[in-house]
Design a protein around this ligand. Structure first.
Ligand code: F6P
Length: 320
């Protein structure tokens, strides 16, 4: 029986566990032997590779995180460790790899593929949703729902106290999480790295709103903007004379029970990944755009800087 392995790399994302469950079940359906590589690319180097089983994936569909764990692996950047990783796969007779991770992972695996010719299929999985050529990455829906719940709760406090809240989301250089959250939570202000903002203009607008009866503000800011959340809070106090608090949502955004959407997408992504590998296609990334899945080459995805959709950029400008 052909042997196939799966690993998670980079920040974990809800939906990884449902993906692992589907991976085991579909592999068996196709008479493949499924393997788990624990601890991401570090586990590939350290030979933390074990045969998977139904038992290992029972009851995991509702859990966030990843039962096989993940890592960021500086070692994998060095050839000597990639050689060890290759020897480990050879030892287990594993000839196909499914990878769940972000674009750093995809790039690393592309190098590995070119050196050792181990076919792999990458599934975009990161709450940042910042992978070029795919409008959706596994985990972003759960993260957005989690952020929505937090903002809804913070609003209760903001409105009770007449305060401004600066709520900081993750996302690295990508403002997707912040922008969608601001749009869907009725925030008054949204600051993201992709759009220049003018605090003087925002101040004029806010003062008009205060005159018109607004008593509190919700500002959703992305972690990648130039100013810190604390600086934005000070600005509220100094320029608008409104008491302000900062909430950094941090890693609460990454965890939690995967949404229905992320579970469905995990199922479909993994099915397509196994199908392409099992029909002897070498390496690709599965992208999801305009309600369709498509296989793209690694170079199409990994050498380009992700740009936020123009429509979303226009929405972000409206907050200015
Ligand atoms: O890439 C996912 C992400 O959650 C980013 O949004 C964030 O900047 C980073 O990972 C945090 O990394 P760590 O979990 O290593 O602190």
């Amino acid at each position: 029986m052909k042997r196939i392995a799966i690993l998670c790399s980079g920040g974990e994302a809800s939906g990884m566990n449902p993906a692992l469950k589907r991976f085991v079940e579909y592999s068996y359906e196709l008479n493949l032997t499924p393997f788990f590589i624990y601890d991401g690319l570090n586990g590939l180097i350290d030979n933390n590779i074990k045969e998977a089983s139904f038992k290992l994936v029972s009851g995991i569909i509702s859990r966030g995180g990843t039962i096989i764990r993940t890592s960021r692996s500086p070692r994998f950047k060095e050839l000597e460790f990639r050689e060890i990783a290759f020897e480990n796969l050879k030892q287990h007779n594993i000839t196909m790899l499914v990878i769940l991770g972000g674009d750093g992972t995809i790039r690393a695996l592309d190098i590995f593929y070119k050196e050792f010719n181990i076919p792999f299929c990458a599934i975009p999985a990161t709450i940042d949703n910042d992978i070029f050529a795919s409008s959706y990455s596994l985990g972003v829906d759960t993260a957005l729902n989690s952020i929505k719940n937090s903002i809804d709760s913070i609003r209760d406090s903001a409105s009770s106290f007449n305060r401004a809240f600066v709520i900081e989301t993750m996302g690295r250089e990508c403002g997707y999480l912040a922008l969608i959250s601001a749009m869907t939570s009725g925030a008054e202000i949204c600051l993201i790295p992709e759009v220049e903002y003018d605090l003087e203009k925002i101040r004029t607008k806010a003062l008009q709103q205060i005159k018109n009866g607004r008593t509190y503000f919700i500002a959703v800011v992305s972690e990648g903007i130039k100013q810190s959340s604390e600086e934005i809070a000070l600005w509220f106090e100094k320029e608008l004379n409104i008491e302000a608090r900062v909430t950094k949502l941090g890693h609460t955004q990454r965890g939690g029970n995967p949404t229905v959407y992320d579970r469905v997408m995990a199922y479909k992504f993994v099915t397509l990944a196994i199908d392409t590998l099992n029909s002897n296609h070498s390496s690709s990334v599965i992208c999801f755009n305009d309600s369709h899945f498509e296989y793209k080459s690694i170079s199409e995805v990994s050498n380009q800087k992700n740009i936020l959709d123009q429509e979303l950029i226009e929405e972000a400008k409206k907050f200015n």
